[in-house]
Write a new protein. Structure first.
Length: 398
């Protein structure tokens, strides 16, 4: 019987490459992929504020009776809040996108919406369209959790389970064994290729929890209970890694990760993001990760970057071109300033320190940046991609 140690003997990257190569050779087709497109996607909410009469009385029986006798109606003041202004974009398979944004920028709402986790209530209005491999999101309501995983900012666990037990529970909740449809598909290669693919995928599923524990550096605490605010368990950083590990099961093609670096040092964050990049490249996953202050080493691991502020998208394109793009407006990132921190400061009062003398009028508000971006060559390429019909050759079976 294979062990997690033997499967990862040459590192996670080599294992992911071997797994993908074997499955593709045996199935006779590329790894399942999911492309997400959203066009003019908007989210707005009507928020109830204080009563118009300014009353903030406690809801006692006496106050209720007084209002009833005086005929004071419960007139509410409604505030219209745009959570996401109309935005368009594409998240492609085999790519990893960094989502940067200040608190309340709308990045969590965007990820929840695309992952099917956004709670749509009566006071919420959704506009625009979302497509998965060319089909409308309404057709994927039931099976979306099988395709897309979402890791929230908060950690929700059974506190009395150990780290190992938590991983095993997550694995069993996703079936615990190789789906029969996957085994049935591994018969289009040579007899040797078919046998190797089945051997590797079955070996992985037998020790899947152990593999995830090793990949996330949780071996030393695997027999420690997870704990919570009331029960002492693993550290905050270890608990965050447990949250990430739970969502690795199920072989989903898309992963949205919201602030996964909370409680982690830069080295641990780098290892996790590097492992995610390996899965994106080898297993053709679509991965979007929101980080607040990534180190330069972590920043360089991403293919694309999306910058959000106040519900606007200020930039969404190649990471390597982001700095050059904003420098054309008259900004300059200081040599000792991390690029990610520089990008986060744009659209805020902090951007004044980056303005080049004599630059003239520069954009100052998120809405201005969004308008400039929608007129850019990068955005025009996105618009072209949204108009091209999705190719059924890469569509994953659902």
């Amino acid at each position: 019987m294979a062990s997690a140690e033997s499967l990862l003997a040459d590192g996670s990257e080599k294992f992911h490459e071997l797994l993908a190569t074997s499955l593709e050779a045996s199935s006779g087709k590329a790894m399942p992929q999911v492309e997400i497109r959203f066009k003019d996607l908007s989210i707005a909410a009507d928020v109830v504020l204080a009563n118009k009469d300014g009353s903030n009385e406690l809801p006692t029986l006496a106050n209720h009776a007084k209002k009833s006798l005086l005929g004071v109606a419960a007139k509410k003041s409604i505030l219209h809040k745009d959570i996401l202004h109309p935005i368009s974009g594409v998240f492609k398979p085999a790519t990893m996108t960094l989502l940067l944004g200040q608190p309340s920028s709308g990045k969590s709402s965007l990820m929840k919406m695309l992952a099917g986790r956004f709670a749509i209530k009566k006071n919420i209005k959704i506009g625009g369209s979302i497509e998965y491999n060319g089909t409308d999101r309404k057709e994927h309501v039931k099976n979306l959790p099988q395709l897309v995983s979402y890791i929230s900012q908060r950690d929700y666990h059974y506190p009395m389970l150990t780290v190992q037990e938590t991983m095993e529970f997550a694995h069993q909740s996703c079936g615990g064994v190789v789906p029969q449809r996957v085994l049935d598909s591994l018969q289009n290669g040579t007899p040797e290729e078919n046998a190797q693919a089945k051997e590797i995928i079955q070996a992985l599923y037998q020790v899947y929890p152990d593999v995830v524990v090793r990949q996330l550096g949780l071996t030393n605490c695997k027999v420690t209970i997870v704990g919570d605010a009331m029960t002492r368990g693993v550290s905050g950083g270890e608990r965050k890694r447990v949250t990430v590990g739970e969502m690795e099961f199920g072989m989903k093609q898309v992963s949205f990760m919201d602030e996964i670096s909370t409680g982690l040092d830069s080295a641990a964050t780098f290892d996790i993001v590097k492992s995610q990049r390996s899965m994106a490249k080898s297993l053709k996953k679509t991965i979007v990760i929101a980080l607040l202050q990534p180190s330069p080493e972590v920043f360089d691991l991403f293919d694309d970057v999306m910058i959000m502020n106040e519900g606007y998208v200020m930039y969404h394109g190649p990471r390597s071109e982001a700095l050059r793009y904003f420098e054309t407006f008259g900004f300059k990132c200081p040599p000792k300033r991390d690029v990610a921190d520089f990008l986060l400061d744009l659209g805020t009062p902090q951007q004044e320190q980056y303005v080049v003398p004599g630059a003239g009028n520069v954009p100052r508000y998120p809405g201005e940046y969004a308008a400039f971006f929608q007129a850019s060559a990068i955005y025009k390429e996105t618009s072209k991609a949204l108009c091209i019909l999705y190719s059924s050759k890469t569509r994953t079976s659902t």
